[in-house]
Design a protein around this ligand. Structure first.
Ligand code: FES
Ligand code: FE2
Length: 384
């Protein structure tokens, strides 16, 4: 484990932020959707959210809506929520179950097989003629892969695999002991934030603000203490960033509201791990916070240039959930911290609209991870 003195690496420097228009310009936002969001792996949810055949949840990303569902064979597939007949939404609910795993359009009842996306029936339409055959009509599908219980999707049909993009398992080695595949959701929440999506990831990329706006979190993990980074031998990838560990203050046993232990730590952790919380960021839109007795995840979804939906998940040892151990301490610390973060992002969104912010602001060395994120966005925007 490497500790960086002073909180930032030698290459960190002063440099400009994103420009003001990049937080409010519709055309730039459209380009970001095409260049970044339609081409990268996105954290759609957890496999356990859809345990039974036909279970589904939907995802909104700007104008696109997707259905992620458990198919007839027990796989997880994702489709654009668009009927091939005349383009109706196939389902309007955020979650639900499609009987026997068939997707039936509410408009004229075209019915699709969720395993293949193929049209199975179209009432009163002559079938298998020269002009029209059900076997030739499929829902538009989205690449879907599972990893450690997470569902990942990519709308680019030519995208490299998840393992290749994230350099799994090498880049994931430090976190295997959290056994995330087997953890279960104890709580979920969604937050609507009136800010451009980049501000949320920028905010997550620095703890410069922690002492100011997170009194609860800072009490347990003081931002002034040195952060420990993952060893350099563990690769960071274009999208997967090891943000390191923050140590608990002496006298605090857990990262929660009062620092007291309400659950056992995960069984494979060392004493050192038990006194820390690890953070990993996955660009463009998610982060995973690994405490010794729970994991908190946030995934951001742009709804418009100035509005972002955040999905939060709290994962626990299934035995702790089954035995009814309390989880509110963990839920509260990240609920209150998240709301503090979203309020700050909204302050920044308001200020960034001003004519005096047209040429942007100043990133300092302590914002070096914000600078990394900016570079990721710029690299993607330049991709052909
Ligand atoms: S639009 Fe779906 S069946 Fe007509
Ligand atoms: Fe924060």
């Amino acid at each position: 484990m490497k500790t960086i003195e002073g909180g930032w690496p030698a290459h960190a420097k002063f440099e400009p932020t994103f420009l003001g228009y990049e937080y409010k310009d519709e055309e730039n936002f459209r380009k970001e959707i095409e260049k970044i969001w339609m081409k990268t792996w996105l954290l759609a949810g957890r496999s356990e959210e859809i345990p039974n055949v036909g279970d589904y949840f939907t995802i909104q990303l700007e104008n696109e809506n997707l259905i992620c569902m458990r198919t007839q064979s027990g796989n997880v597939h994702t489709y654009f929520n668009v009927c091939r007949h005349r383009g109706s939404r196939l389902c309007e609910e955020g979650t639900g179950n499609m009987s026997k795993g068939y997707i039936t359009c509410p408009y004229h009842s075209w019915m699709y097989d969720s395993e293949t996306g193929q049209l199975k029936s179209a009432p009163n339409i002559p079938r298998d003629t020269e002009e029209f055959s059900c076997s030739q009509v499929h829902l538009h599908s989205v690449k879907t892969e599972l990893w450690d219980g997470y569902i990942w999707i990519n709308m680019d049909e030519n995208a490299p695999s998840l393992a290749e993009s994230f350099r799994l398992p090498e880049s994931w080695v430090p976190y295997e002991k959290y056994n995330m595949e087997n953890l279960k959701i104890g709580a979920q929440d969604t937050y609507k934030v009136k800010a451009n999506w980049k501000l949320l990831m920028e905010n997550a990329s620095e703890c410069y603000h922690c002492g100011n706006i997170h009194p609860e979190l800072s009490r347990v993990t003081p931002p002034t203490s040195q952060r420990q980074w993952i060893d350099e031998s563990i690769p960071e990838t274009e999208v997967l960033k090891h943000v390191g560990a923050m140590k608990l203050k002496k006298g605090f046993e857990r990262v929660n509201m009062d620092g007291k232990a309400y659950r056992k730590p995960f069984s494979q952790l060392t004493a050192d791990d038990e006194s820390a919380i690890y953070y990993v960021h996955i660009f463009p839109h998610s982060y995973i916070c690994m405490a010794s007795d729970y994991v908190f995840i946030a995934a951001m979804w742009p709804i418009s240039v100035s509005e972002t939906l955040v999905k939060g998940y709290w994962l626990f040892d299934p035995e702790a959930l089954e035995s009814g151990e309390p989880i509110q301490d963990a839920v509260d610390i990240w609920d209150v911290t998240s709301q503090e973060d979203w309020a700050a992002c909204e302050w920044a969104q308001k200020g960034n609209q001003s004519r005096v912010y047209e040429s942007g602001g100043i990133l300092t060395p302590i914002d070096w991870r914000v600078a990394n994120f900016k570079q990721f966005v710029y690299n993607k925007m330049e991709d052909l």
